[in-house]
Unconditional design. Sequence first.
Length: 265
Amino acid sequence: MKQDSAQKPVVLITGASAGIGEAIARRFAAGGFRIVAVARRQDRLDQLAKSLSATTEVVTLAMDVTATDAPQRAVDLAIKSFGRLDCLVNNAGSGRWAPVHETDDGMLNEVIEISLKAPFRFARVALGVMKADASIISVGSVFGTLGGLNGGIYCAVKAGLVGLTQTLAAQYGATGIRANLVAPGVIKTDMTRDFWDAPAFQRINQEMTPFNRDGTVEDVANTIHFLASKEGSYINGQTIALDGGWSTTKYLSYDALVCERVVAS
Ligand SMILES: NC(=O)c1ccc[n+]([C@@H]2O[C@H](COP(=O)([O-])OP(=O)(O)OC[C@H]3O[C@@H](n4cnc5c(N)ncnc54)[C@H](OP(=O)(O)O)[C@@H]3O)[C@@H](O)[C@H]2O)c1
């Protein structure tokens, strides 16, 4: 039976112009969602909308998620264009990291603004229009659950998203609105290309991952779509690591275990 367009669910995705966010838009389009795509680069959003035009309706909004009026403008666009908002995906994030002693206040504030304050503010406005069965899903990181060298404020804001997700789940679960967090390991995107292209990084990542392939943007997008779907509708307040077991197993490949230690002279 053909679904009336007004009954089709609507997702608002921040950072939809590239990487994980673009993959999320493609997955939700394939799953029958109409899409509100937000990022700063209009040309990239236009390309995305064009490539999805045969699949679903897409509206775009080129803006910085840290702008004071950004959440209200994005949610207003969803309501004006489609009349409803079923899912918010807080994906836009800063890829700046450095040790704490090298983090100045400029960097500290920038990363907090993009990766913690914006998700909080988008959630606050989205809650005002969401109804039962809606959900808010944010993109954290395994480095927000574990910490790591050079993580600094990146680790701190991603850990902050765990708390935001849990309090959203506790506060609004009774109204039927859920909140969850996905925590990817290192996925190849523009954000991570520099070290992904280094053979040493690839080797270390593979030797510490108890699964036989690297993670992809589609892995992240599929999980987020599942969390937003009816099939995921009893999952609330959770952080789901997407790292092939990297963060929970203390795994070292057999080769890594038996290799001879090379001590720098
Ligand atoms: N890649 C990984 O290994 C990995 C692992 C764990 C978590 N994550 C998280 O996944 C999310 C997406 O990262 P990615 O790897 O896909 O990075 P990416 O390829 O660099 O994409 C980042 C996206 O965020 C948007 N964005 C950044 N700052 C923005 C701002 N101030 N206002 C509006 N949009 C903004 C960018 O669009 P414009 O430039 O057009 O604005 C782009 O669409 C981030 O939250 C990141 O921390 C990534």
